[in-house]
Design a protein around this ligand. Structure first.
Ligand code: F3S
Length: 106
């Protein structure tokens, strides 16, 4: 599967959503996740994300590792998103911030 990681938090550009052939994305208030049961590893979403938040499972860093389980858990709770919408208001500011885990709304 592919995994949405920390860089997405408080940005939520949603460019990724439009290219997903199986509508595998799920939407929270300030983060998206990918449903691992639906992702077909097509890789199309990877270059779409302006902050490089999407990572194949086998390329996750140690620091990103817990996002694998987080995507799986939140995908069962959050609604499907099928079309791109504008990013969060301060997305460009938050794009430059690392260590955003504390701001994740679950
Ligand atoms: Fe998030 Fe990047 Fe998609 S910021 S919503 S993973 S385009």
């Amino acid at each position: 599967t592919h995994v949405v990681t920390e860089a997405c938090i408080r940005c939520k550009y949603t460019d990724c959503v439009d290219v997903c052939p199986v509508d595998a994305f799920r939407e929270g208030t300030n983060f998206l996740v990918i449903d691992p049961d639906e992702c077909i590893d097509c890789t199309l979403c990877i270059p779409e994300c302006p902050v490089e938040a999407i990572v194949p499972e086998d390329e996750l860093t140690e620091q990103q590792r817990d996002y694998l389980e987080l995507n799986a858990v939140l995908a069962r709770q959050w609604p499907r998103i099928v079309a791109r919408h504008p990013p969060l208001p301060k997305a460009d500011t938050w794009a430059a911030v690392t260590d955003k885990r504390a701001w994740l709304d679950t």
